[in-house]
Design a protein around this ligand. Structure first.
Ligand SMILES: [Zn+2]
Length: 318
């Protein structure tokens, strides 16, 4: 009965106010984690063939043959798996007894690893802001000068490593991957955020629409119809106003309420130096139907395929 009622609630069109995992206060005291059923990522690694002495012309010809040729050949793309186990853990899914089913920072890392392989198979050069162990490549650094990177007002310092890493890679397109959480378990579905500012705002919107469409289409094709919550401006984080003083702005700073990760919040030390970006909130870890889908053996493949298709379709329509 309860499940039936929740099913009905989840299909009601919800008002387009914004919630995100960054807002959710998921303080999970029980750290026991149930091992997910997803198959581990296995990459087909090719043994390098022994180098022989060849004339230079033949060597060059072989090099060009070996270079991956695909729909994303020549593209530089960065993936930003949201959160980590140290600085900002994010949301979590729990079972009925309160045990952690999975943490947001683990899901985002898993999706990014698989997505990287798909994009590279299409010839893209790909960077991921967290290493194989799940840690940030660049540590947060204290640029507001308060001697810490861990206080509430230091959130721009905890996001800056992601922006810096993607800018230094020379990304043309970035995708930040998150899962949502909210105190009301009725909220469910997928949504994508984009920066509606600067010269690329229309491209940002087009990219975010492509990601949302492809992601939810793949889920629908698999038999799960999530609530499609739409694409939204990244300028909604009103709680950031409480910390503008730490970065030399007053509370009236209208651009200081943008999502930090998308690189257009002036509280960041360096803005994002890429063309196009979006932040996907794949599904809600606090909604029973979304979580049931995520527990399926194919869920990670479906999500990864959907995000990859969103990137491919964006470039194809250029
Ligand atoms: Zn998140």
């Amino acid at each position: 009965m309860l499940v039936h009622r929740l099913l009905i609630i989840s299909f009601i069109v919800l008002p387009a106010f914004t919630v995100s995992c960054a807002q959710a206060q998921q303080h999970h005291s029980n750290t026991e984690v149930i091992t997910p059923t997803w198959a581990p990522l296995t990459l087909q690694m090719q043994e390098p063939s022994p180098k022989e002495d060849k004339p230079e012309a033949i060597e060059k010809e072989n090099d060009s043959l070996k270079r991956p040729v695909g729909k994303l050949s020549g593209r530089r793309i960065c993936l930003d798996p949201g959160h980590d186990s140290i600085h900002v853990p994010g949301a979590a899914a729990h079972d009925q007894s309160g045990r952690v089913l999975f943490n947001e920072h683990e899901l985002t890392h898993l999706v990014a690893s698989r997505l990287r392989a798909l994009l590279e198979a299409e010839g893209a050069q790909v960077c991921v802001t967290r290493n194989e162990a799940g840690d940030l490549h660049i540590a947060p650094y204290d640029f507001n000068g308060n001697g810490s990177t861990r206080l509430p007002e230091d959130m721009a310092e905890r996001t800056q490593p992601r922006i810096d890493f993607m800018s230094q890679f020379g990304a043309e397109l970035i995708l930040s991957i998150h899962f949502n959480g909210f105190h009301n378990p009725a909220l469910s579905g997928a949504e994508v955020y984009y920066s509606d500012t600067g010269p690329y705002q229309h491209e940002n919107r087009r990219f975010s629409e492509s990601v949302l469409y492809s992601l939810t289409k793949k889920m629908q094709d698999s038999g799960y119809s999530p609530v499609v919550r739409g694409v939204h401006s990244d300028n909604y984080k009103t709680e950031y106003r409480a910390y503008t003083w730490a970065y030399g702005f007053d509370r009236g700073c209208t651009e200081c309420t943008r999502l930090l990760t998308l690189g257009n919040n002036p509280m960041s030390k360096n803005r994002g130096d890429w063309k196009v970006g979006a932040l996907a909130e794949v599904l809600f870890l606090t909604n029973p139907q979304d979580v049931r889908f995520l527990q399926g053996a194919d869920a990670m493949d479906i999500i990864t395929d959907g995000l990859a298709q969103g990137i491919l379709a964006y470039f194809e329509a250029e």
